[in-house]
Design a protein around this ligand. Structure first.
Ligand code: NAD
Ligand code: DAU
Length: 351
């Protein structure tokens, strides 16, 4: 079996569903259930013995040690993190606690566990750390995309905390020989994404006739990766990645934020036209920019393609249609995650 941290979040829950469907191998899911964690995303596994949920903090070294000793996982996939850049700007503490200290605690517990394993189990063990392209900083319009050798230059408290965790992972491989793999991926989108992030936020605001907030001039560029493609990439890196290496994962889909929002609006116009007959894009509203807003992210994902044969299956056009359709079909999930805490964040952040 494998241990997944942060498996009730957006990517973690997609990963567990994908993993069990693809491999049938059991998963222990350790998640603190912050505002971003939601067990409803895993409702289809409710009576499935292959998914064991444990509520807890990755900082709780005793709990992690107990889980490792009790379940003897052959691998750990570490998703747990505070993940929203805007929240890291208004309150960085939790980002330091979970992303840096939490990763450190998990590494210490893993080191103690791994050192006690016998020959074959020790050789087969893997720790896969899920990180972000934001650690590389911001690109200019003509710069080549981030590769695995691009120097780190994180610009937000979030990306700085992820960069610190990547460095710890690297050091544990070099110093202790822990069998580490790191992945740095671009902006994910798809089912079960919490509506603080651009795509689900815009989608839900549009359906509710609310303004669609575009930071600055809307020309910042992100690379968009369909979450199902990301899950498949993680499986490939876990199975065949070279120890101590990092793999960039991207969708080859660079888009400005305005392009993304206009695309979501156009699909909604087609799938669920507004009652007042107006195009949803008429709700676009330019708001104050994010402080330190990175201009452009782009990923060179040739290494994972060359070494492991992984390429994304979805284009942005196919993935975004699936995503919009999923939200329209799952408004019950949305209503449940849009809690008091979510309302408070929207009130504080957007006024
Ligand atoms: P998310 O915010 O949706 O989910 C994070 C999960 O971690 C939640 O279930 C939360 O309850 C859990 N968690 C938080 N603190 C914890 C703690 N101390 N102990 C245990 N569990 C804790 O995040 P996501 O978008 O699914 O991202 C998952 C990982 O992928 C993160 O490490 C993030 O940095 C990375 N990443 C995300 C994206 C993206 O576009 N979403 C892109 C690149 C990398
Ligand atoms: O690049 C990978 C990263 O992608 C991950 O590491 C992060 O966990 C994830 O949150 C995401 O970070 P971004 O900051 O790029 O994602 P977000 O959805 O917050 O914003 C996407 C772009 O849209 C960004 O340029 C800011 C802009 N934006 C966002 C929001 C929430 C707006 O214009 N308006 C908004 O209301």
């Amino acid at each position: 079996m494998i241990l997944v941290t942060g498996g009730a979040g957006f990517i973690g829950s997609n990963f567990i569903l994908d993993w069990i469907a693809a491999t049938g191998e059991p998963v222990v899911n350790l998640d603190k259930l912050t505002y971003a964690g939601n067990l409803e995303s895993l409702a289809s596994l409710k009576d499935d013995a292959r998914h064991l949920f444990v509520r807890g903090d990755v900082n709780d070294r005793e709990l992690v040690a107990k889980l490792l000793a009790g379940h003897k996982p052959r691998a750990i996939i570490h998703f747990a993190a505070e993940s929203h850049v805007d929240r890291s700007i208004s309150g960085p503490d939790e980002f330091i606690q979970t992303n840096i200290n939490g990763t450190f605690s998990l590494l210490e517990a893993t080191r103690a566990y791994w050192q006690e394993l016998g020959g074959v189990e020790k050789d087969a063990f893997r720790f896969l750390h899920v990180s972000t392209d934001e650690v590389y900083g911001s690109l200019g319009p003509g710069d080549p995309p981030f590769s695995e050798t691009t120097a780190y230059a994180p610009n937000s408290p979030y990306s700085a905390s992820k960069a610190a965790s990547d460095h710890l992972v690297r050091a544990y491989h070099h110093t202790y020989g822990l069998p580490m793999l790191t992945t740095n991926c671009s902006n994910n989108y798809g089912a079960f994404q919490f509506p603080e992030k651009l795509i689900p936020l815009v989608l839900l605001n549009a359906l509710n006739g609310k303004p669609l907030p575009i930071y600055g001039n809307g020309l910042n560029v992100r690379d968009w990766l369909y979450v199902g493609d990301h899950c498949a990439a993680i499986r490939e890196v876990l199975a065949g990645g070279r120890l101590g290496e990092t793999y960039n994962i991207g969708g080859w889909n660079e888009k400005t934020n305005l392009d993304v929002v206009n695309t979501v609006c156009a699909i909604l116009d087609e799938m669920k036209p507004a009652a007042n007959g107006k195009p949803y894009a008429s709700l676009i509203t330019y708001v104050k920019d994010r402080p330190g807003h990175d201009a452009r992210y782009a990923i060179n994902a040739r290494k994972i393609e060359r070494e492991l044969g992984w390429k994304p299956k979805e284009t942005f056009e196919t993935g975004i249609r699936k995503t919009v359709a999923w939200y329209l079909d799952n408004m019950g999930w949305v209503e449940h995650v849009v809690s008091g805490e979510y309302q408070a964040w929207v009130g504080r952040h957007y006024g």
